[in-house]
Design a protein around this ligand. Sequence first.
Ligand code: GDP
Ligand code: ZN
Length: 445
Amino acid sequence: MKSADSGKKQLEFLKVQISEKYCLISDYLHFTGGNYNLSQPCVNIGMVGHVDHGKTTLVKALSGVWTDTHSEEVKRGISIRLGYADSPFMKCPKCPAPQGYTVAETCPTCGEKTEEHRTVSFVDAPGHETLMATMLSGAAIMDGAVLVIAANEDCPQPQTKEHLMALDIIGIENIVIVQNKIDLVSRERLVEHYHQIKEFVKGTVAENAPVIPISAQQNINIDILIDALETQIPTPIHKIDKPASMLIARSFDINRPGASIDEIRGGVIGGTLTEGVLHPGDELEIRPGIKITTEGTTKWVPILTTVSSIYAGATKVEEATPGGLLAVGTYLDPTLTKGDSLTGQIAGTPGTLPDTRHQFVMELHLLERVVGVTREEKINEIKTSEPLMLNIGTATTVGVVTSARKNEAQVALKRPISAAIGAMVAISRRVDSRWRLIGVGVIKS
Ligand code: GDP
Ligand code: ZN
């Protein structure tokens, strides 16, 4: 705690009092949700799959009427800046499932006013092949996933395969497969494509996942999809009696350029609580914190601050619980949170966060072959001094192997992480000039 205290002194030099007037974080974060009375989302669902297969369109179809009040720019903001959107699943009190499920305020079948069933948060994973690290950090906060596969292309496409492999080895078991763009293909083709999917998922975590044919663009079978999500991806049991622990996925400086000193708002962090609850006024420690070099020596100092406000989607809340993505306002100097600088760190109750590690030993579980490439090469053993890309929680760091045995490797990290013994590590290696997932590790010491 001593180093954290000195961190507090050094870092909170701009302790601005944030007034109500300047607390409209949601205005800056571009969340969906015109309805301020929605409950906090209780489950995070990943949208994964190959680029252009329709993930963003599907998130829009599932956010339905709530995005109508927002401009196109704001809607784009969701997938570009944040990569997530909250979605209220509504249910008609009169119609049975699946027809009764919708995202609209009125039932499309009978016109009755709908009731909120469950609010979920979608984490939109980029399908572009160079963004696997982002997908892997996103996977750390997913309770389940929708694997989007376009019916007008053969299955599997490279990133369809790579994303399913990631879900498989990370152990995300609650999966719904979506066969999208059914408006573009014949019935025969749809059946053929269905068989391709079943063949592809055989022996994986998605082997028994339902396959729902939809058109995200034409709003076909969205009710059936919601029904499948409601049954396949249950709300996890959250440990709210534990100290607060939040994985930071994004961090921001929400101030407009040229804002005067009394207008300045403190730094904002975005992410998901894995355990515990958080309130405005709570003390927060952020680890590993920031790098400080004094008199030639460099060390990482945890940051201490206080929560100023919390938004769950567009809703300002007095208490946040696990599930869904939160924007947490703090009294930190916004330059500390600017441009995602705290992404991958952990925030939580001071004194309870995992140790900062500059190196660790992990137990290895490597795949047999590299996936996502046309030529699927065999994966060779990990060697001393090779660089690996490591994803732990929402953190991405490069580690150089300092010693390696058959089932174990020690790595020295370029950037330290805050992680507990037993934490899972997704391991990627450079193959043909890009990082490819080769397996997982478990931190041993
Ligand atoms: P992402 O890269 O997976 O997020 O894919 P997008 O959602 O950006 O969709 C890629 C393209 O496919 C866009 O031009 C969409 O309009 C189109 N698209 C998405 N879903 C459908 C669908 O169900 N039917 C048709 N015809 N086009 C679709
Ligand atoms: Zn109805």
